[in-house]
Design a protein around this ligand. Structure first.
Ligand SMILES: [Zn+2]
Length: 394
């Protein structure tokens, strides 16, 4: 912690430019108290770590659970000064009694309140979700900024995200995109993923923006109006190709079930339909790789003969069954309105846009085509390339 109270309720913030001598004096005269749990804390003025307050016993605070590393303390302080320099109303570690939370940094900016949580250590998803929702309920927008030490890059545009990183994905105001930020206290750089697409439970596809802290403003952190261009398409085709080559007999339970499901229907899982395995506006709701859940859905649609009407409820009921049987899994996305049904709906929209389905006036659908199963991987690659031209992330 960088803030504590004295026994006479003076607030002592270590980012206020104290000298070591002044703080040593203060330490002789006063006892320090954790603003959250009211237990005694010690002022640490060592040479190795940034000066900070720590709870007396090795046990951490009974309210704020995670321990703060030096990296975390340094980063928090840098973020605090970065905001102050932009003349933004900023509080360090304030305790918000109405929700029993103490964000790292609290901001009032253009009529809105923001809570910055600089998170460098893992926390359980349940705690993440509880904290995020409690802010949102009070109309405070939480912004999770993860420690740069957590960013796991697999290749130039592929990243491995943990559930709390997925859950911190924020939709941009225009809803066409989303963002997720990291900040490295050592290099003083922001790393931002923008337009994150989901490839599997962990793997995310996104361009990475690296910027020095001095080049970033708080407003730009909330998302610049980037427009989707078509540069994602080439990478997406490579990924689709990989799914066609990567089916192994020793893969996970969900992939094994998928393989079986395909073989039972005399389809090769390598040669899943051309219409399956595409990103849509809401597909982040699902952890399962898009080519898998979309193939299930497509095969289900063939239960309705061509020109036979069905409703969204019919499709949703089938899909809900997959979730309940744990053959597909969905994500916790506290920042998003809606539900995994949005992913199903936006996929139906993709099928309408690409001429596989038609919609009638009263939200009924009917199929106008048969599924395109490629006969070989070479053929699939050529046809995927042709198909992607008709796709827009709607
Ligand atoms: Zn405490």
């Amino acid at each position: 912690m960088l803030v504590a109270h004295t026994e006479d309720r003076q607030r002592i913030s270590l980012v206020s430019g104290w000298t070591k001598e002044q703080l040593e004096m203060l330490r002789q005269k006063h006892r320090f108290i954790c603003p959250l749990c009211k237990k005694s804390v010690r002022l640490k003025l060592g040479t190795k770590r940034r000066w900070h307050f720590a709870h007396m016993e090795e046990k951490e605070c009974s309210i704020k659970l995670e321990a703060e590393s030096d990296y975390h303390l340094q980063g928090k302080e840098q973020l605090f000064h970065w905001l102050i320099d932009q003349k933004i109303q900023t509080l360090l570690e304030p305790y918000l009694p109405s929700i029993k939370q103490r964000p790292d940094i609290f901001i009032h900016y253009e009529e809105r309140y923001y809570a910055i949580e600089y998170q460098c250590s893992p926390i359980p998803l349940s705690i993440f979700e509880k904290r995020t929702r409690s802010y949102l309920e009070k109309d405070i927008l939480p912004i999770w900024i993860y420690g740069g030490n957590r960013l796991t890059r697999k290749s130039s545009a592929l990243f491995s995200l943990s559930p709390i990183e997925w859950a911190a994905l924020q939709p941009h105001a225009s809803l066409q995109q989303n963002y997720l930020h990291y900040f490295c206290a050592n290099t003083q750089q922001f790393f931002s993923l923008t337009n994150v697409l989901s490839l599997s439970s962990q793997t995310a596809f996104s361009p990475l923006k690296t910027e020095r802290i001095t080049d970033v403003s708080f407003v730009s952190l909330l998302g610049k109006a980037l427009v989707y261009d078509d540069t994602w398409k080439a990478t997406w085709l490579t990924i689709k190709k990989k799914w066609r080559y990567n089916v192994t007999p020793y893969s996970g339970r969900l992939q094994q079930y998928f393989n079986q499901y395909c073989y039972q229907r005399k389809i090769s899982p390598f040669l899943y339909p051309i219409e399956a395995g595409w990103p849509t506006k809401h597909h982040q709701w699902l952890e399962t790789a898009p080519h898998i859940w979309q193939t299930y859905l497509l095969i289900h649609l063939t239960a309705y003969p061509i020109h036979t009407r069905f409703t969204f409820q019919d499709v949703f009921r089938f899909f809900k069954g997959l979730i309940e049987r744990k053959l597909c899994s969905c994500r916790t996305l506290p920042y998003y309105h809606g539900h995994y049904s949005y992913a199903v709906m936006s996929y139906l929209q993709l099928l309408i846009n690409t001429g596989f389905l038609k919609r009638t006036g009263n939200k009924e659908f009917f199929r106008v085509k048969e599924i395109q199963y490629p006969q070989s991987i070479d053929e699939a690659i050529v046809r995927d390339e042709a198909f992607i031209k008709s796709i827009k992330i709607n």
